[in-house]
Ligand binder design. Structure first.
Ligand code: PMP
Length: 302
């Protein structure tokens, strides 16, 4: 089925969905985006994703031309038009069409907004069962004072350079350190350790994306009575941890069993990781903004 893509208020077939070569999202990576997931007919944590999008836009002085409600409806309508109940949604807002200079004031037509919804591409199931091997990459995470990693901007070259290191090593993910050498996050996921009877994840002040899945895992840990702290740590803490896992919208929770050649714990996904994976799965099945119900039913069946 040819997918329909939302572009600036219209739905167009994917093959015809295009934007100008003068769009500053393309020319300069000037814009923000979100990766969102729908499970079982509901969009998981849609409002949290939209909040991060609007906050990121605010940080880069980009005024999104849609209200939050209009954007929420745009996402839901994109899913409806494509008859998707389990999907990955990519929401992009660029600075819009300008000239060849950097100056965003020249983008006269206002921001470009597009929303793509498609089937989700996952890591193969064996990685969830056996766990991932990671390396620490040489590329450091962007300085928060330069491009704050908390803003999910279209400028992902920092992560892409890290990803190239990872794939050249024949792996799927890698750890990125911040400029001081503290563990920040993976190229497209947040990182957690279970060590000394507590869960530990880097605080946002290290320079990370404040993941929606990360927040959900912190909530689940609290519900389960697992102590959880946001604390800085270096690579040694990863090597000596009992368990390690990554979190992200696409990856969900994925165990890590080897880092830089060091076996983590027993070298298999640990019990806390597995428990959280199970609880997270249940959460995604039971929570979210209904895709179908946003429109009033036409009438009651008699
Ligand atoms: N860090 C980075 C750099 C990411 O790109 C992502 C994916 N959005 C994450 C962490 C995980 O965030 P989330 O749980 O909101 O998908």
């Amino acid at each position: 089925m040819d997918r329909l893509v939302y572009i600036d208020g219209r739905f167009v077939p994917a093959a015809e969905a295009s934007i100008s070569v003068f769009d500053h999202g393309l020319l300069y990576g000037d814009g923000v985006f979100e990766g969102i997931r729908a499970y079982n007919g509901r969009v998981f944590r849609l409002d949290e994703h939209l909040k991060r999008l609007y906050n990121g836009a605010k940080a880069i002085l980009l005024e999104i031309p849609l209200s939050l409600d209009e954007m929420r409806e745009g996402v839901l309508e994109t899913l409806r038009r494509n008859q998707l109940s389990d999907a990955y949604i990519r929401l992009v807002v660029t600075r819009g069409v300008g000239d060849l200079g950097l100056d965003p004031r020249k983008c006269h037509g206002g921001p470009t907004v597009f929303i793509i919804a498609d089937a989700i591409e996952l890591y193969p199931p064996e990685f969830y069962e056996r766990g991932l091997e990671l390396i620490t990459v040489v590329t450091r995470r962007n300085l928060p004072e330069a491009i704050n990693p908390a803003v999910k901007s279209l400028n992902y070259l920092n992560n892409i350079l890290a990803k190239i290191e990872v794939t050249r090593a024949g792996l799927l993910e890698g750890l990125m350190l911040n400029h001081e050498g503290y563990v920040a996050e993976a190229t497209g996921d947040n990182v957690f350790l279970y060590t000394g009877g507590r869960l530990v994840t880097p605080p946002t002040s290290v320079g990370i994306l404040e993941g929606i899945t990360r927040a959900a895992v912190i909530e689940l840990a609290r519900e389960l009575g697992i102590p959880i702290v946001e604390e800085r740590f270096a690579r040694l803490s990863v090597y000596t941890s009992d368990e390690c896992f990554l979190t992200g919208t696409a990856a969900e929770i994925i165990p890590v069993v080897m880092v830089d050649g060091r076996k983590i714990g027993e070298g298999v996904p640990g019990p806390i990781t597995k428990q959280l994976m199970e609880r997270f799965r249940a959460l995604t099945m039971n929570e979210g903004v209904p895709i179908a119900l946003a429109r009033e039913p036409q009438g009651r069946p008699v």
